[in-house]
Write a protein that binds this ligand. Structure first.
Ligand code: CA
Length: 229
């Protein structure tokens, strides 16, 4: 059963969210304060976090920043003010989605399902946990999220790793920038497809011997990118 953490200081909202999510088969834990919420998020494993912005003790901005510094679990931020959403975007905290109060519970459930499905797909959760992908000198350890080039470990950011793993799990298929953006960042994420170009460039710098003549990630002009096997 997928497990969701709700960090929300208004009990009526938290309970409404919980009721709808439980009806839809999720297991839910509620924390009503920022400090206890952050502690919970760090001490237990969840599949998604619904995070209110205005919270006592530690606010949603800080919680999001701290969670993101050590994991890539989907975070759905909730706020009563449209201006706050703009602020979240501006800060680039790495929340996966934003929703303003009041919202319809069924919309919340739909978004939660979409983000969990995307996260599962990204992590290749349908594959055995110890699965390793090995292509020529490149080795990707999916479970530990580590990458080696000729047995030397290379460090990747969360999104870089997600992008590399996604391409490697779907070899020889061409993906457009729009498709990659939707798959890795999520359709409702803020940002634009230039992010994809930047990340592809970073990946090449890390895995290719000659970035002008890539052996792994090919550019298919006018179409997108392909992971060559
Ligand atoms: Ca609040």
């Amino acid at each position: 059963m997928k497990k969701i953490l709700i960090i929300e200081d208004e009990p009526s909202i938290a309970e409404l969210e919980r009721d709808y999510l439980e009806i839809n088969g999720f297991s839910v834990i509620i924390e009503n304060s920022g400090d206890t919420g952050l502690k919970k998020a760090k001490s237990e494993e969840f599949d998604l976090i619904i995070l209110d912005l205005m919270l006592p003790k530690v606010d949603g901005f800080e919680i999001c920043r701290q969670i993101r510094s050590d994991c890539d679990i989907p975070i759905l931020m909730v706020s009563a003010k449209k201006e706050d959403i703009d602020k979240i975007r501006g800060l680039g905290l790495g929340a996966d989605d934003y929703i303003t109060k009041p919202f319809s519970p069924s919309e919340l459930v739909a978004r939660v399902k979409a983000h969990i499905a995307r996260y599962d797909r990204l992590r290749g959760n349908n594959l055995p946990r110890n699965e390793e992908i090995s292509i020529r000198g490149l080795r990707i350890d999916k479970a530990s999220r580590r990458v080696y080039i000729n047995d030397r470990e290379v460090i990747f950011t969360t999104r870089e790793f997600d992008l590399l793993l996604f391409l490697a799990l779907n070899p020889n298929r061409v993906f457009s920038k729009d498709e990659l953006f939707e798959k890795i960042w999520g359709m409702d994420s803020m940002g634009d497809i230039a992010t994809v170009t930047v990340h592809i460039k970073k990946l090449r710098e890390k895995i290719e011997v000659d970035t002008s003549n890539p052996q792994y990630i090919e550019t298919i002009w006018g179409a997108g990118y392909r992971f060559k096997v």
